[in-house]
Design a protein around this ligand. Sequence first.
Ligand SMILES: *Cc1c(COP(=O)(O)O)cnc(C)c1O
Length: 388
Amino acid sequence: MTPLSPDSVAVHAGRADLTALGVHALPLDLSSTNPLPGIDSGGASYEAMALGGHPTDGGHVYSRLWNPTVARFEEALAALEHTAEAVAFSSGMAAVTATVLAARSRGVGAHVVAVRPLYGGTDHLLASPLLGVETTFVAPDGVAAAVRPDTCLVVLETPANPTLELVDVAGVVAAAQGRPVVVDNTFATPVLQNPADQGATLVLHSATKYLGGHGDAVGGVVATDEEWAAALRRVRAVTGGILHPLAGYLLHRGLPTLPVRVRAQQGSAEKLAGWLAELPAVRHVHYPGTADGDPLGLVGRQMRGPGAMLAIRLTGGFEQAARAVERVRLFTHAVSLGGVDSLVQHPAALTHRPVPPEARPGADVLRLSVGLEDVEDLQADLAQALAA
Ligand SMILES: *Cc1c(COP(=O)(O)O)cnc(C)c1O
């Protein structure tokens, strides 16, 4: 059979055995523990999983080590991201934490190079002493100079949260000179971008956002090769960050509609970006679909579209931003993003609050996550919220 198109993969990935099982919907296995077929086989399976491997014929043993519902979601993500495997975590931040710990566990060193801007939580974690790493924060063109012999990981996000800067993944991979590169692909989703195809070692998602798409599950996932997946599962087994199976079920259930959701939401974001740019209340629109939002011409080359996230800078500064988030009716004033309903938030006060002032977005910036509502209704809501 010819390879399936990504839209078909989104519908069918992780479901190949369902017909043989005689079921049509995804099975949900909530067992915290599993009956053991015997001491020896159970023990052997336990040991294999504690070291990051797959279960053997001794079964799944314990749900902190392995869960079949979570494993299905992982298989689907690996297929969508063009990697051999994927490992799912209880949140995007648990995935970031495990990635850093797995990188450290290789014994190369404890130095991390991180390309700013990043999601506020990631920035905060890497700047803190919590994981025992020393982080050098750089602009994309500063990676080559910042890499040292003890650099164990290079971290980047594209489009970056919250102001949608695009980073050339292949360029950073080259500048990393063989060091592993993790790309946070939360904003683009595998529908619009596959960083592994550009040479990224690890592709990370806050699955809470677009992958789930319905605002009802928190999770994270890292798609990567077999060796890194084993290192990540080992960290997950001992630090206890595995995704809950109910969340795994919900996130997997969101995947079949991911391509249509992302494309429909992107279509509305493109229209809103053009309209917002003409509003006197708006000083600047940050959106990869505009000429100055994509100076390197990465949309079309690295990304298959500009996405459905945008940020605006308001002429009326913080006061206007504060008024707008109080006035919206169809948009919800809330953090998070990527769901079927539109959200608006003030990054400097919320998601990027822990970021040092020099790297924090301006007080005049609002971030919009465009949902599936009718675009004219969204436009009318923003028009009244931004009116003088
Ligand atoms: C939300 C987010 C995270 C953190 O994910 P959680 O699921 O909230 O832990 C990481 N990266 C990006 C880009 C995000 O938007």
